[in-house]
Design a protein around this ligand. Structure first.
Ligand code: FAD
Length: 307
């Protein structure tokens, strides 16, 4: 039997939890589904120093606090990997492998995932020198040497950001020129503490068992191997939206990101998108909760209008 709600939230990261909080506090019945544990990417974050209200907080602790506050007005939390949404008039049916749930309003908060290099040491030293987010972790490397892997817009933008914090930034790129926009390249080239290592690929991230000590790289022109000493490794080889389940309802762009208006509503009335899954500039916890608040409030008006 299909269970009915006013709102279904897909994803229980900071964006989804905030949307669920706002919608349930407005007395809507809300189901929040996640394919894993609530908290989303916050669970993979050791220390968070840029979420207002806390000088520093562990990711899993912030997840628990957000979960406790977001479910206080009766949000039902359920396990399930959403595989698609069927749309018929004002009805939206959210499907998982085993169940179907129906609601007039749906909030997609399924987040994104950083593309991994897939080399030895990457997983082992994740959070112990390996990072995918300079805004999140750059401050931990004040006065130290960091490597940035990649040559696109994000890599070069973040290398420039890190050059104001770290003593030295070494950009490792597998080609002999950058893909980043010209203006970003010029800013990076103008920094005297950014070095570039061309035609080189990371083979391994090395460490001492506790933290990163450097990267082993291979020159793809002459196969020379060398080790570069570094305290941190920032990897920017792509970020992927978690939107495979929503590609067939016409709300994603060619790269899979979801476009919304400023109330977080997609092209399909009643379907909202919040957090990292949106086409946006800054993917952070603060921006995720901001999106969640907007959507949770806007969906109240939508649901009332079609009830
Ligand atoms: P997510 O947190 O990604 O949550 C999405 C949720 O949706 C997940 O729980 C996932 O299981 C679920 N989901 C996905 N697909 C489905 C599906 N089909 N069905 C059901 N559930 C689904 N930001 C900061 O502000 N400060 C930091 O210090 C910081 N450090 C970070 C460190 C690391 C290592 C990483 C990876 C990120 C960090 N970030 C930090 C970024 C921040 O965590 C994200 O911007 C934020 O979590 C995005 O929130 P979200 O709710 O949009 O998505």
């Amino acid at each position: 039997m299909t269970k009915k709600y006013d709102v279904i939230v897909i994803g229980a990261g900071p964006a989804g939890m905030t949307a669920a909080l706002y919608a349930s506090r407005a007395e809507l019945s809300v189901l929040m589904l996640d394919r894993g544990v609530y908290g989303g990417q916050m669970n993979n974050t050791a220390e968070i120093e840029n979420y207002p209200g806390f000088k520093s907080i562990l990711g899993p602790d912030l997840s628990q606090k957000m979960y406790d506050s977001s479910t206080q007005f009766g949000v039902e939390y359920g396990y399930g990997e959403v595989t698609g949404i069927d749309i018929a008039g004002n009805r939206r049916v959210v499907k998982t492998a085993d169940d179907e749930y129906e609601a007039p309003g749906v909030v997609i908060a399924s987040g994104s995932q950083y593309r991994k290099l897939g080399v030895p040491g990457e997983q082992e030293y994740s959070g112990r020198g390996v990072s995918y987010c300079a805004v999140c972790d750059g401050a931990f490397f004040k006065g130290e040497t960091v490597v940035v892997v990649g040559g696109g817009d994000s890599a070069i933008q973040e290398a420039t950001y890190l050059s104001n914090i770290a003593a030295k930034v070494i950009v490792i790129h597998r080609r002999d020129k950058l893909r980043a926009q010209k203006i970003l390249q010029e800013r990076a080239f103008a920094k005297d503490n950014i070095e570039f290592v061309w035609n080189s690929e990371v083979e391994e991230i090395e460490g001492n068992g506790k933290k990163v000590t450097g990267v082993k790289i291979r020159n793809n022109q002459n196969d020379n191997i060398e080790t570069i000493s570094a305290d941190g490794v920032f990897i920017y080889v792509g970020i992927l939206p978690m939107t495979a389940a929503f590609n067939d309802i016409g709300i994603t762009d060619e790269a899979g990101w979801i476009d919304t208006n400023d109330q977080m509503e997609t092209k399909v009335p009643g379907i909202y998108a919040v957090g990292d899954v949106r086409k946006k500039h800054l993917r952070q916890i603060t921006t995720a909760v901001g999106d969640g608040g907007e959507a949770g409030q806007a969906i109240f008006d939508y649901v009332e209008s079609v009830k």
